[in-house]
Design a binder for this molecule. Structure first.
Ligand code: NAD
Ligand code: UGA
Length: 458
């Protein structure tokens, strides 16, 4: 039985996943390591509200387990040495250089982990791919581990993670399925036993390595495809007088289609959907499967179009110019209940409005001013000074919207629904516009107050 687990990568996946494994397996010591000392310090922060990842319910679990059987450390070699099972949960971003730039996954962090394990290990290990990886990556890891010459027996498993941010704890405690791909039955069972301390056995699915790796990319591609599909229909709704919420409800009641993931929006964001589809497209292309590649590429094309369409509509409605106008953005995170902003639609909408010389006032309950500046600076569209001058982060939504021409809702935070919209209206320039990129507000109520209200697909 496993007594000691190490996880390399203390991010949005490593942190919550290992916290739940530790909670449900008090007899196992779990050590999460990372090269980023600042992140590890934040995980070790006494003030539990300052953890580097915000997820409902996570702080409570960390409080129960940290220092008992859950540890955060920068001593990577020591943790690898002690562990019988090592999860690799490092980032696998889209490549920004060289072959496959802008498409393929950058696997340099994965390879570094494999080399690190190969160098340090003195006893047999089960190495688990937790990161999302291109199909057949296990082969690379195997090749590195098996060529160290130190005669250690390594078993490689693929165990992709399906949690969604904002509901990570709930998803981990009650997963639809846990997927384990591998070649060695004993290793598969060892990992399966860790999960079965809280997941029913019939929800733990075993496959071969390649099916497991490919299933993760496929699941994300299907989910993103549903959003692009309903977003494509939202444009048609706006042109025809149909209402996308009504269409989504009508089709979602067909049990073959199902009602989830049919919310039209300003476009999907997050660190994974785009990256994983680009990776799928790249893999298909590398096998010469051009039509398959084109098919999935279309999901991204539609998503980019939806973000652009939203900001175009705002500019056009504001009499074709936003130059010098104050526009308020409510929400910066890529979805509610997370502080994660990676690939958030808000970044691209903001960048477009800034190109048109708008002045932006941003409010988000969980995202910091420095993060917003950093997200925009990363695009490299304008100087950092100019961004700082044009974009203000305001801690209070009423102050943020004061004297603005329009409000754009870019994240579906629940608190936006309960604002005193009458008082917001009073303090805005007239006509006062709302562009609801998440379809969360009540059109009739806002129009009764006096707002000019635009939603997606209505
Ligand atoms: P993240 O960037 O939040 O965390 C990754 C961590 O790995 C970072 O803290 C980084 O410092 C660390 N790291 C990188 N190289 C290292 C090395 N050589 N040694 C030690 N630490 C190292 O990323 P994430 O969001 O947790 O995603 C991790 C993986 O999980 C990705 O492959 C992603 O596609 C996948 N995934 C993410 C989610 C999600 O919701 N974020 C869900 C499912 C799967
Ligand atoms: C997604 C998947 O849901 C997870 O199963 C997967 O593990 C994860 O990616 C990953 O691999 O990283 P996540 O990106 O955290 O999770 O969040 P989602 O709830 O999937 O939302 C993604 C984006 O789509 C958000 O911007 C969200 O607002 C948007 N969305 C979602 C819509 O626009 N409409 C919907 O109906 C659903």
């Amino acid at each position: 039985m496993i007594k000691n687990i190490c996880c390399i990568g203390a991010g949005y996946v490593g942190g919550p996943t290992m916290a739940v494994i530790a909670l449900k397996n008090p007899h196992i010591k779990v050590t999460i390591v990372d090269i980023n000392a600042e992140r590890i310090n934040a995980w070790n922060n006494k003030d539990i509200s300052q953890l580097p990842v915000y997820e409902p319910g996570l702080a409570e679990i960390i409080q129960k387990t940290r220092g008992k059987n859950l540890f955060f450390s920068t001593e990577i070699d020591k943790a690898i040495d002690e562990a019988e099972m090592i999860f690799i949960s490092v980032n696998t971003p889209t490549k920004t250089y060289g072959k496959g730039k802008g498409m393929a996954s950058d696997l340099k962090y994965i390879e570094l982990c494999a080399r690190n394990i190969a160098e340090v290990a003195k006893t047999d290990k089960i190495v688990v791919e937790k990161s999302t990886l291109p199909v057949r990556t296990a082969e690379t890891i195997k090749s590195i581990l098996h060529n160290t010459g130190n005669r250690i027996n390594f078993q490689i498993l693929s165990n992709p993670e399906f949690l969604a941010e904002g509901t990570a704890v709930e998803d981990l405690l009650n997963p639809d399925r846990v997927l384990i791909g591998g070649e060695n039955q004993a290793a598969i069972e060892t990992l399966s036993n860790i999960y079965s301390s809280w997941v029913p056995k019939d929800r733990i699915l075993e496959t071969n390595l390649w099916s497991s790796e490919l299933s993760k990319l496929t699941a994300n591609a299907f989910l993103a495809q549903r959003i692009s599909s309903i977003n494509a229909i939202s444009e048609l709704c706006e042109a025809t007088g149909a209402d996308v919420n009504q269409v989504a409800k009508a089709i979602g009641m067909d049990s073959r289609i199902g009602n989830k993931f049919l919310k039209a929006s300003v476009g999907f964001g997050g660190s994974c959907f785009q990256k994983d589809i680009l990776n799928l497209v790249y893999i298909a292309k590398s096998f010469g499967l051009e039509k398959t590649a084109d098919y999935w590429q279309q999901v991204i094309i539609m998503n980019d179009h939806q973000k652009r369409r939203f900001s175009d509509k705002l500019i056009q409605t504001l009499y074709n110019t936003v130059s010098g106008k104050k526009i308020t953005l409510f929400g910066w995170a890529f979805k509610k209940d997370t502080n994660d902003t990676r690939e958030s639609a808000a970044i691209y909408v903001a960048d477009h409005l800034l190109n048109e010389q708008a002045r932006l006032s941003v409010y988000d309950p969980k995202v910091s001013a420095s993060k917003i500046q950093a997200d925009l600076n990363y695009l490299n569209t304008r100087s950092e000074d100019e961004t700082a001058k044009l974009v203000k982060f305001i801690r209070d939504p009423y102050e943020a919207s004061y004297d603005s021409h329009a409000i754009a809702i870019l994240t579906e935070w629940d608190e936006f629904k309960t604002y005193d919209w009458k008082s917001i209206y009073k303090n805005m320039k007239k006509p006062a516009f709302i562009f609801d990129g998440r379809n969360i507000l009540n059109k009739a109520e806002l129009e009764a107050i006096g707002f000019e209200y635009y939603a997606i697909g209505q």
